[in-house]
Design a protein around this ligand. Structure first.
Ligand SMILES: Nc1ncnc2c1ncn2[C@@H]1O[C@H](COP(=O)(O)OP(=O)(O)OP(=O)(O)O)[C@@H](O)[C@H]1O
Ligand SMILES: [Mg+2]
Length: 504
């Protein structure tokens, strides 16, 4: 292995934070933290949900102002009063939740605010589209710059966000959980992109909850816990267990709950289910106490099947039976009434209202259900949600906290708790631990196992092979809108999953 040219101790970082503090009402998000980024090197910032990682990103990009401490560029103290100032200083970021515009094209989203212009100030569409195409190609994204964003799926939108960050020529590139929404191939392209950026001498800040990728692409690590700096060093000089212990402050076992599934009565049967464009020939059943995994590459149609079951989109054919009775689910309200709920992957758009406090988000599903016991049920759901958020390891000052002010991972936990609190018969969890830190992940898995043991029927859509294999009693693999395989017992191995998903 080549020796590293610099160490955190002896080189001058391109960009550094020194004793930076940031407080919000009731929360110290950052407490005198330090961080250094070096040219041509990747620094991984790791920490639990709510540790302060995204807050650092927002300070480095001029979205938040620090309450104390210093930001330095090449050793000189500086300030970023606005995002524009951070961009001018050569800093660009792929945020955890990027704001893009559905009604604008891919190219317009990439260049919004810094479109190439002609002499008289008019936007130069030809140049803009050509450059957009070049950037998209450089990250392996096969997207037409003229497509309207609303026509794209979540993974493609994320690629547009990445292209947007790369459209400014920057010295520092920040990536806040860039692979969370991407498929295997796209993740691979992103790793190659990181290598390219390193070779160009850019300093990279990389935030991720996935340890395999931290060890694969990062040179340095910095660990935060509860808004405080706890350590830094070379990735080559630490192992995963030590890093996790630094992060969480205790040992965490990565083992999945040891469960003895007690499979009960059939609760759901889906027959010859099809959609005009997204999927066809879907046939499966689901029983009480069972966890049924849905594995596949992003775009295989898994979420589309689930959204149809929840009444969000309209199938073109097929039957659904719940408890042996034929049902028609034309809307989410129908599905909820029939005891089937869906926790979406894209919590920002479909799962929650960020401007409302946690407790109102939690009771949302029960509003509008106007049975006589509606009010009592709401009170009961609120109590359950309080209990469930605790079980899922939610870190929030109180249930009055506005959802949008929680860290990304903690928002995800609220959305899961909210739907579980409706006490459904069937719950569909779409990528349930995406964006959730390693310690809380174990809490989510243990809780899922416990609810299944109480008779809940669970469908878990997941792209993480260890999670699929560790949690499921049975797995359906989807490819290009169809079921490629149904696996159980000894047939559930990483190789068979990958083979069926890729069609080899
Ligand atoms: N605008 C805000 N108002 C109030 N509190 C905030 C705001 N932004 C962040 N916080 C709080 O600051 C703390 C750090 O949040 P941050 O988003 O930086 O965490 P994170 O490390 O990115 O977590 P995750 O892994 O879940 O994304 C959390 O307690 C969060 O609730
Ligand atoms: Mg974050």
């Amino acid at each position: 292995m080549p020796a590293l040219a610099t160490t955190p101790a002896d080189a001058t970082p391109v960009l550094a934070l020194d004793r930076v503090t940031k407080t919000f009402p009731g929360v110290t998000a950052l407490d005198e933290v330090k961080l250094g980024l070096y040219p041509g090197e990747v620094t991984a910032l790791v920490g639990e949900n709510g540790a302060g990682k995204s807050t650092v990103v927002k300070i480095l990009t001029g979205i938040y102002q620090p309450d104390g401490g210093e930001i330095r560029i090449d050793g000189e103290a500086t300030r970023f009063p606005t995002p524009r100032d951070a961009t001018a200083a050569g800093i660009t970021a792929i945020h955890q939740e990027t704001v893009l515009f559905d009604e604008l094209s891919v190219a317009e989203n990439i260049f919004l605010g810094h479109a190439p212009r002609r002499t008289f100030g008019l936007i130069d569409w030809t140049v803009m589209e050509t450059r957009a195409r070049e950037i998209l190609e450089s990250i392996g994204a096969k997207l037409d710059p003229r497509t309207k964003l609303r026509e794209l799926g979540i993974a493609s939108k994320h690629l547009v966000a990445i292209a947007r960050a790369l459209s400014v020529d920057a010295r520092v590139v920040i990536m806040d959980e860039p692979t969370a929404a991407l498929s295997h191939t796209e993740i691979h392209e992103l790793y190659e992109l990181v290598e390219k950026l390193k070779a160009q001498g850019k300093a990279i800040l990389f935030i991720s909850h996935k340890f395999d990728e931290i060890f694969r692409i990062a040179d340095h690590y910095t660990v935060f816990r509860d808004g405080q700096f706890v350590g830094e060093g070379h990735v080559s000089e630490i192992d995963e267990a030590a890093l996790v212990t630094m992060m969480v402050g205790r040992d965490v076992s990565a083992v999945f709950p040891d469960r003895e599934a007690r499979i009960g009565e059939e609760v759901l049967r889906v027959t010859d289910y099809a959609h005009p464009t997204e999927f066809a020939d879907i046939n499966f059943d689901l029983h009480q106490g069972e966890i049924l995994g849905f594995y596949g590459l992003v775009g295989a149609g898994r979420s589309e099947v689930m959204q149809a079951l929840f009444g969000i989109t309209k199938p073109s054919a097929g039957q659904i039976h719940i408890d042996g009775q034929p049902v028609t689910l034309n809307s989410p309200a129908d599905a909820i009434a029939a005891g089937l709920v869906y926790v979406p992957e894209d919590r920002g758009k479909q799962g929650a209202i960020t401007a409302l406090p946690i407790f109102q988000n939690v009771t949302l599903p029960s509003l509008g259900r106007t049975s006589r016991g509606g009010f009592l049920r709401m009170a009961r759901e609120f109590d359950l949600a309080r209990e469930y958020t605790r079980r899922l390891d939610l870190r929030a000052a109180s249930l009055d906290t506005e959802l949008g002010t929680l860290s990304g991972g903690n928002q995800q936990k609220v959305v899961i708790a909210k739907w579980l609190a409706t006490q459904p018969k069937i719950i569909i969890l779409d990528e349930p631990t995406k964006g959730i830190d390693i310690g809380s992940k174990a809490a989510v898995h243990a809780f899922m196992a416990e609810l299944a043991a109480q008779g809940l029927a669970v469908i878990m859509v997941s792209s993480e092979i260890p999670e699929v294999l560790g949690m499921s009693d049975r797995v359906i693999v989807m490819r290009e809108g169809r079921m490629a395989a149904e696996l159980s017992g000894a047939k559930m191995t990483p190789e068979t999953l990958v083979r069926h998903a890729a069609g080899i």
